[in-house]
Design a protein around this ligand. Structure first.
Ligand code: ACO
Length: 332
């Protein structure tokens, strides 16, 4: 069974409620209909009911029985606004500001998750990554033990000799532009957790990537990765994690044998940590476009699961992301 089929089977076993702030968006209504029919999640669509109905009719999507929520008229809007004000008043949000902000479907959806009226949220078919991330960071916040939100890309590669039967976890490719050594260590630990809980890796083996392998090059950028390795070992002593190492030393046993002899990770890594967002974002796109990998993205470290879509996403991408969000919610 492929990774995503496995995730869908898990989602069906304990169905969760997933809210979609972009409820009248064409691909989103189609995805909601599929999620309901395939019993992958209970979808909630946020938006003007007339616009949601019009989108569904235009797409020939059967959304009968799917809950629609309009922040302008919903019975919980006032309570959400009050809570939003309490959460953000120290940051300068006024009561009037909260009353207005809660009408934004993105903030309304995040408040539904915060208040336990939905188990998770999926957005980003229209919103930019930053506009989706900011309310989640401000309101849902991190799990106490994580301290940092980042992302993992699950790369399902055609070459099944790589990683875990062709599956590799890449981090961070979306959130933290320029991580410090400690942040890099925390990204690595979070990605190993995602590999274990969401992908079912029995043994995450984490490679901290660089342009140097075990001291082959000297540079401040390499030092940062080496420091991250030390910090990660202190924070998670039982985790199989090593570095710094180059991409090929992480994945190819023959190269690892020459450059990183004795490493418990080199040549057999299944979780790859990129030194910054430019490397991670470029790396996943090369793997996808030139390597032919299917890729699936999740945010990690949030106190409740919220996930971002690419604006070019397909209906299938939305369904897959909702299924992953539902599985993340099961562990919370
Ligand atoms: N983890 C936890 N909390 C965070 C993080 C983080 N990584 N980043 C910011 N925060 C918190 C801040 O502490 C702050 O909290 P507070 O308001 O309660 O004090 C809140 O989030 C907002 O922080 P800001 O610094 O004001 O937010 P900023 O405007 O910098 O936005 C963001 C943060 C959106 C994550 C930014 O770093 C960003 O734009 N990252 C890159 C996103 C992107 O474009 N990715 C690439 C494209 S996606 C793709 O290709 C699939």
């Amino acid at each position: 069974m492929s990774m995503i089929e496995n995730v869908k089977a898990k989602a069906r076993a304990d169905v969760k409620t997933i809210v979609f702030p972009e409820g009248s968006e064409a691909r989103t209504v189609c995805a909601a209909a599929i999620l309901k029919n395939e019993k992958l999640a209970v979808p909630i669509l946020i938006g003007d009911p007339a616009e949601i109905q019009a989108a569904a009719a235009a797409q020939n999507a059967d959304i009968s029985g799917i809950r629609q929520v309009d922040p302008k008229t919903d019975g919980k809007t006032a309570a959400y606004a009050e809570e939003l004000y309490e959460l953000r008043r120290a940051k300068g949000l006024t009561k009037e500001g909260a009353d207005e902000l809660v009408l934004d479907p993105m903030y309304f959806g995040i408040m539904m998750v915060k208040m336990g009226d939905a188990d998770g949220l999926v957005s980003g078919a229209v919103h930019s990554t930053g506009d989706m991330l900011r309310p989640a960071l401000q309101i849902i916040k991190t799990k106490p033990e994580m301290k940092l939100v980042s992302s993992s890309f699950l790369m399902d590669c055609p070459d099944k000799s790589l990683g875990e039967d062709g599956l590799l976890v890449y981090a961070d490719c979306v959130v933290v532009p320029c991580p410090s050594a400690e942040e890099l260590a925390r990204i690595a630990i979070a990605a190993a957790d995602t590999a274990k809980r969401l992908c079912g890796f029995p043994e995450p083996r984490v490679a901290m990537l660089s342009f140097s392998t075990m001291g082959s090059a000297k540079h401040a950028l390499v030092d940062k990765v080496r420091d991250a390795v030390k910090i990660a070992h202190e924070l998670a002593p039982d985790l199989l994690l090593d570095g710094e190492m180059q991409f090929d030393a992480a994945l190819v046993p023959e190269i690892a044998a020459g450059k990183a002899k004795g490493s418990p990770v080199a040549g057999r890594a299944n979780v790859l940590i990129f030194p910054d967002l430019q490397a991670g974002n470029i790396g996943y796109k090369i793997t996808q476009r030139i390597g032919g990998a299917d890729c699936f993205a999740v945010l990690q470290g949030l106190n409740k699961p919220c996930n971002d879509l690419s604006r070019g996403c397909s209906v299938e991408d939305i369904v897959n992301t909702a299924a992953m969000t539902a599985v993340q919610a099961q562990g919370m």
